[in-house]
Write a protein that binds this ligand. Structure first.
Ligand code: COA
Length: 379
């Protein structure tokens, strides 16, 4: 059956403008990204992640007292209920941390402070609580999987510094914490990407924030989206040394492999966030003897640009940067969640402020209408 023009499919919704937003603006031609009008690289350099969270959630950079209030509430909400910790202890040890996080956020949706459908305002309240609790969930799950004691959050540390404390039991120097904090800003928001779109679709049915974030985590996990930062590190480790990188790339391209951390649906000439993240990666590599990863990366970057005209996305420098900070590879995409939960929340709140159920059409390509015949006649 041939559908009329009204029912022509747009695969992957490519080029489709789904709604308006005031949260961020991706200007692909200029390779730039703005959060509520501010260039993201300036925010990463000049503001802490908590300030950027306030900007994305409430629309403006905070004053000193507004930031103090946000920080106080975020730090007070970091702990997990003892029953939730017991649930985390029962998770299968071999499960991926993204699956654990998705399940734990889903659990949180049943706790009293999270239950109930959301409106634009309650989504922001709950989003602040999720921003506080998600780092604790990630760190607790990782330590339990490794047979280690869970480390309680500290309320005298920034969100970034506290994450190092809860995962590794120590906080590195200010330069490393700043690189991590800046990476969270770069990851915090990016328009109608697949996971944000998922969150908006879920809440457009008047579901709730925890459901939207659980669904968004599932969408982010895939290697075509957030899972790429883990896949990048796996590739760098597989290559192992710079002298093997060119041959690896040629073989991969000859066999039509997708090279993780390269390409983007929106940016065709390079990702706005890459220069800042590359600076962090290179700084960490210089400090901590990680030049190997930089050199392999550079061979891949040059080869991909020359042979395919395809450039790295944020996940490419983020993978080795997180490795050099001391995080295990399967934490990289959960770290992306720590940051992006702010963007998801801002979008959920915006969706609810002027909601319209998301319900697209399908281009039908199945059989023409036909008559049901009875089971006896079919055999
Ligand atoms: N490695 C090799 N070739 C790539 C590539 C990559 N990472 N990304 C795109 N290409 C090629 C495609 O094979 C295709 O070539 P063809 O026209 O010869 O078939 C062409 O570039 C267009 O790619 P396409 O897959 O249509 O682009 P897209 O908009 O659907 O995909 C991504 C965007 C992100 C899904 C894709 O670039 C990709 O898979 N990248 C790797 C995963 C990744 O890093 N994801 C994180 C994104 S932030």
């Amino acid at each position: 059956m041939v559908s009329s023009d009204r029912f022509r499919a747009k695969k992957g919704l490519e080029g489709v403008v789904f709604d308006t937003t005031e949260v961020s603006h991706v200007v692909a031609e200029e390779k730039s990204l703005y959060y509520r009008g501010y260039p993201v690289h300036d925010l990463a350099q000049q503001c802490g992640f908590e300030e950027v969270a306030c900007l994305l959630l409430y629309g403006e950079l905070p004053s000193t007292s507004e930031l103090e209030d946000f920080t106080k509430r975020e730090r007070a909400a970091r702990s997990l209920d003892a029953k939730l910790l017991e649930v985390l202890e029962r998770f299968p040890l071999g499960g991926h941390p993204m699956d654990a996080l998705r399940t734990a956020v889903s659990y949180l949706g049943m706790e009293p402070e999270f239950t109930g459908a959301d409106d634009s305002k309650s989504a922001l309240e709950k989003g602040l609580l999720l921003t506080a609790k998600i780092p604790t969930l990630i760190a607790a799950n990782q330590r339990l999987r490794r047979g280690k004691e869970v480390i309680a959050p500290r309320s005298d540390l920034s969100l970034a510094a506290n994450f190092f404390h809860m995962c590794l039991g120590k906080v590195p120097d200010a330069e490393v914490v700043k690189a991590f904090d800046g990476s969270l800003t770069l990851y915090a928001e990016h328009g109608f990407n697949a996971s944000t779109f998922t969150a908006r679709v879920i809440v457009s049915t008047l579901s709730d924030l925890c459901g939207a974030v659980s669904g968004a985590i599932a969408a982010l996990k895939g290697s075509l989206h957030g899972g790429a930062n883990e896949a990048v590190m796996e590739v760098l480790e597989e290559i192992g040394s710079p002298d093997r990188a060119q041959a690896w790339l040629e073989e991969a391209l000859a066999t039509k492999k997708k090279i993780m951390g390269f390409g983007h649906r929106i940016y065709r000439n390079g990702d706005s966030r890459v220069p800042t993240m590359t600076q962090y990666r290179d700084l960490l590599a210089k400090r901590d003897g990680g030049q190997n990863w930089v050199q392999i990366s550079q061979v891949l970057e040059q080869g991909m640009a020359a042979q395919k005209g395809i450039y790295p996305n944020l996940d490419f420098p983020a993978g080795p940067a997180y490795h050099l900070m001391g995080f295990e590879t399967d934490l990289f995409t959960p770290i992306f969640v720590m940051a992006r939960v702010v963007g998801w929340t801002a979008h959920v709140s915006e969706q609810l402020a002027s909601n319209r159920l998301v319900r697209p059409l399908a281009e039908y390509q199945g059989p023409e209408p036909r008559t049901v015949v009875s089971l006896a006649e079919r055999t």
